[in-house]
Design a protein around this ligand. Structure first.
Ligand code: GLU
Length: 307
């Protein structure tokens, strides 16, 4: 879709730009399909654009061929994105410029803590445990952390689905933005890339609810606009535990396209007509766009499979 507001004669040019940003660390599974559907339907409902960005900067976790398989699966399921597919790994220069800007703003410091020293200190995964902030360590060979702003603005936001969020300051200590191995971390890359695409609305899984304060903090210090956030319920096992690997891909890969979409829509509290499994995907999407009602998901933090 490349028309939208202007093409349909509506006056508003402040248009909605949404996106789906999978990491190619495995195939599309029921959890990521839910994020793809929710972000896509919301963009279409709002007459906006829906962009696709493959978040492939974590070279160690990328699975060869996964990006191609995700794109192929999205095509098979009838998703239509606007513009070219973005590859996050092509944006290293922009990420580096943002690092330099954080540095100029006095919000960057080197940290020598490793997984092992953090675990030995019994601290939360990811925390600095050696007060590296005040140690002026060399940048090379160490991770770089973002010093969170202290005014607390980044800890509070109104999520379009999950309501008013107030994060605990103790949980939002300085986060790694460039790893020891030189790779840019997700928190920084996602903020820079969303701003570059002009994303106005982020619709994604509630597993990323906890990342949002860091992203708000980075936007604040970098002077980037903050999109609206809407976190969809997380899909979990019937007993509430994290989705197991074997269950993750099952409902997507083995089903007819409309049946896979229907299964995901059912998890998102929508009931497709009984014969939808045999529909061509285009018919399914017309139905879904017409019936999409995100209000049903308000305050819903998780959905249990089979529940
Ligand atoms: N790449 C992230 C993931 O696959 C999603 C990033 C986002 O939506 O902000 O979990």
């Amino acid at each position: 879709m490349s028309t939208g507001a202007a093409g349909s004669g509506r006056a508003s040019l402040a248009r909605y730009i949404g996106r789906f940003a999978p990491s190619p660390t495995g195939d599309l599974h029921i959890g990521s399909l839910v994020a793809a559907i929710g972000s896509h339907l919301e963009a279409r409902r709002q007459g906006g654009l829906w962009r696709l960005r493959i978040e492939d900067i974590d070279a160690l976790r990328n699975v060869p061929g996964a990006a191609e398989r995700i794109v192929e699966m999205l095509r098979r399921l009838g998703f239509v994105w606007d513009g070219e597919i973005e590859l996050q790994s092509r944006h290293r220069e922009a990420h580096d410029r943002a690092l330099a800007a954080l540095d100029r703003a006095g919000h960057l410091f080197a940290c020598a803590c490793t997984r092992r020293t953090i675990a030995a200190a019994g601290a939360d995964d990811g925390c600095c445990v050696a007060d590296c902030r005040s140690r002026r360590l060399p940048r090379d060979g160490n991770a770089l952390r973002f010093r969170m702003p202290e005014d607390g603005r980044a800890l509070r936001w109104s999520d379009r689905l999950q309501g008013l969020q107030q994060a605990e300051p103790a949980c939002y200590r300085d986060v790694v933005v460039r790893r020891r191995d030189g790779l840019i971390a997700y928190q920084l890359a996602v903020v820079v890339d969303d701003a570059a695409l002009g994303v106005t609305d982020v619709v994604r899984g509630a597993d990323l609810l906890g990342s949002t304060p860091w992203q708000l903090g980075l936007q604040q210090v970098l002077g980037l606009p903050t999109p609206q956030y809407a976190h969809l319920p997380l899909i979990v096992e019937p007993d509430g535990s994290k989705l197991g690997k074997s269950r993750r891909s099952l409902p997507v890969a083995g089903l007819k396209p409309a049946a896979a979409l229907g299964a995901a829509m059912t998890l998102l509290r929508h009931t497709p007509p009984p014969d939808h499994q045999d529909w061509p995907v285009a018919r399914f999407w017309s139905w879904a766009i017409e019936h999409w009602d995100p209000v049903r998901l308000r305050g819903l933090r998780e959905v249990r499979l089979g529940g």
